[in-house]
Design a protein around this ligand. Structure first.
Ligand code: NAD
Ligand code: TYD
Length: 339
């Protein structure tokens, strides 16, 4: 098998690259990544030493480039992680979200079609379902929950999802979609809640909590998400959507307080700031379908996962400090300038 993993220099994509290289040592893995601000090639440093792994820098929305890559490489499957992924940035400037998340998905799927209907998996998000009320813990997102988005980010992901399902119905492209809740773990870019709070707390800087901090997210350790995608890719039913989540709802403020406690830092670092525009109240996934059909269950409890994550950030300070200082942007030049 030769698998194209797009967005593999980002948080979840990189964890998936390592998962696949370890679990399937005979597979060839090609990573296509544009290396936007969120892509960090140093994350793939170990993978780059593996002869079964190849990195290609490029844009999933660049049709000419993508078509040529597909013609040359003859992929058996494509797993699309590449995306603009930060809600706050989408509120500031939506356009690149539409280009990468929607047009990029279309370009990849057209290349799949042109090369013998390559198997395509779209990594999507629970945010396409909008939000749930805080006072109805009985309500969860199922695969039948209507699409009802709040932010330009979630709208662009929903647009891509609809297109993926249209390519299945119209052209018979063998597709699947996973919609996962919030991930956390190693290599999480420090603009997102958990790594931002860890890195700022370690520097004794204020921790910006949006609104009253009571918004709820359903957190899943990134390796559990990677196992779910692996299962769907190999055993999922074509044309289907699978929700992925671990029944682990937590209010933002409780996460922030937990991080402070684990790091031995005072709660006085917490600063309540102006709320995010259109801020989704609560996300909560019902993972019954993937459990019943594919036997998937989360393996990492939040208490263990957050412990492992904090330890990782403590042991890999250079990784995130280089991001904060901007140094990581030089890594590509260092690695590739003479190639
Ligand atoms: P990320 O922002 O950490 O990484 C995105 C990667 O995509 C980066 O390496 C970036 O360089 C690359 N990229 C961006 N635009 C590109 C383009 N035009 N062409 C090629 N590469 C491009 O994102 P993440 O958190 O790892 O999320 C990965 C996927 O999972 C996204 O599709 C996201 O919507 C989805 N998702 C994320 C979460 C989460 O909690 N982070 C939860 C559910 C779903
Ligand atoms: P984020 O990590 O951006 O993920 P998403 O918005 O995709 O769920 O944010 C998680 C939650 O944390 C969300 O409710 C917004 C909140 N948040 C803060 O309170 N402060 C911050 O500085 C950030 C980045 C997020």
């Amino acid at each position: 098998m030769k698998i194209l993993i797009t967005g593999g220099a980002g948080f979840i994509g990189a964890n998936f690259v390592y998962h696949m290289l370890e679990k399937y040592p005979d597979y060839d893995i090609v990573c296509l990544d544009k290396l936007t601000y969120a892509g960090n090639l140093s994350t793939l440093e170990k993978a780059l030493k593996n002869p079964k792994f190849k990195f290609v820098r490029g844009d999933i929305a660049d049709k000419q480039f993508v078509d040529k890559l597909f013609e040359e490489e003859k992929f058996d499957a494509c797993v699309n992680f590449a995306a603009e992924s930060h809600v706050d940035r989408s509120i500031e400037d939506p356009q690149i979200f539409l280009i990468t998340n929607i047009i990029g998905t279309q370009v990849l799927m057209d290349a799949c079609r042109a090369n013998g209907n390559v198997r395509f998996h779209q990594v999507s998000t629970d945010e396409v379902y909008g939000d749930l009320p805080l006072d109805r813990p009985d309500l969860l997102f199922t695969e039948n929950t209507p699409i009802h988005t709040s932010s330009p980010y979630s709208s662009s992901k929903a647009g891509a999802d609809l297109l993926v399902l249209a390519y299945y119905r119209t052209y018979g492209l063998p597709v699947t979609i996973s919609r996962c809740s919030n991930n956390y773990g190693p290599y999480h870019f420090p603009e997102k809640l958990i790594p931002l709070m860890i890195s700022r707390a370690l520097a004794d800087e204020s921790l910006p909590v949006y609104g009253d901090g009571k918004n709820v997210r359903d957190w899943l350790y990134v390796e559990d998400h990677c196992r779910a995608i692996d299962l769907i890719l190999h055993k999922g039913r074509i044309g289907e959507v699978y929700n992925v989540g671990g029944h682990n709802e937590m209010a933002n403020i409780d996460i922030v307080k937990l991080i402070l406690k684990k790091l031995g830092k005072p709660e006085s670092l917490i600063t309540y700031v102006k709320d995010r525009k259109g801020h989704d109240l609560r996300y909560a996934i019902d993972p019954t379908k993937i459990h019943n059909e594919l036997g998937w269950l989360p393996e990492t409890k939040f208490a263990d996962g957050i412990e492992k994550t904090i330890k990782w950030y403590l042991e890999n300070k250079k990784w995130w400090q280089d991001i904060i200082s901007g140094e990581y942007r030089n890594y590509y030049e260092k690695m590739y300038s003479d190639r």
